[in-house]
Design a protein around this ligand. Sequence first.
Ligand SMILES: [Zn+2]
Ligand SMILES: [Zn+2]
Length: 332
Amino acid sequence: MSLLANLSDLLSAYIASSIQPFGGVDPHVDWRDAFLMLLSPLFFAVVVAEWLRMRGEKRQGKRVYDWRDSLDSMVLGGVYTWVDVVLVLVFVLPAMNWLYAHHRLASIELTPLSFAALYLGVEFCYYWFHRASHRIRWFWCAHVVHHGSEHMNFTAAMRQSWLYSFAGNWLFYLPMVWIGFEPKAVLLALSFNLAYQFFVHTQWVGKLHPLIELVFNTPSHHRAHHGRNERYIDKNYGGTLIVFDRLFGTFVEETEAVDYGLVRQVHTHNPLWLTLHEWVAMFRDVMRPGPLGLRLKHIWAPPEWERPGTQAADNRAHASESAPRPHDPAHP
Ligand SMILES: [Zn+2]
Ligand SMILES: [Zn+2]
């Protein structure tokens, strides 16, 4: 308890003092975003180190670093951090606190052991959040932003949707609050998990020790996750660990060279369109005439799902992952 409580208090005090000049939103700190903001100097230092090392390098004819692409990612990430703070403070944290206050099953004290259990639980929730984000169109509308880069480097980690909280990513962590972990502890565990994930977005390292590759999400596993090669689509959803992918049949080994990006790549540098394009595509699909049940199915069906019948031919523009690639010679 004491170690974590002290860490919590320390972080809380630090965050409170650092955001005071901006109007001071404390005491209801959004732990997840705050922790990531605190780490951003480290993230930028790592980006600079990687850029110095990899800027001249190409992989499969494509540059590892493209300044315009990295700028897109950093604009999306920078705005995301601030937008998400507001959304979390305004409705996510209150919802979590309400659930914790009125419906929790138990009160779990934070000890190093219980925090480890919480971390594992959050990882499990993250796995299902991430899997749902690839297999349910509604959640894909937000998550697609993260997959929008055709380059793989640390800046790709910063590419986040401004609408994650709106889409409901936080719903996946409610079970941890419900069983009795304090919301701020859940968000802190999640922020540790997300901070870890920053470091798997790189081509700087190859494969690590087999035991590490067996248990943890590594750069190799996550490079495969970002691939649009048929082999890599909708695989390796883990955050810190890869064990749930192995357990639930979504693991794939990085074997062939990874082709990064979306099956239907979106070519724009407009951050607003990068954020909204899939929402607009889904909305257009829902608005197309037809039976109500089929129209609404666009919201929860997988991204590549198309209505049966002739209209399917109209529905080719959106960026779904599993549809045939336009430049794939096997699917002209
Ligand atoms: Zn993903
Ligand atoms: Zn990623």
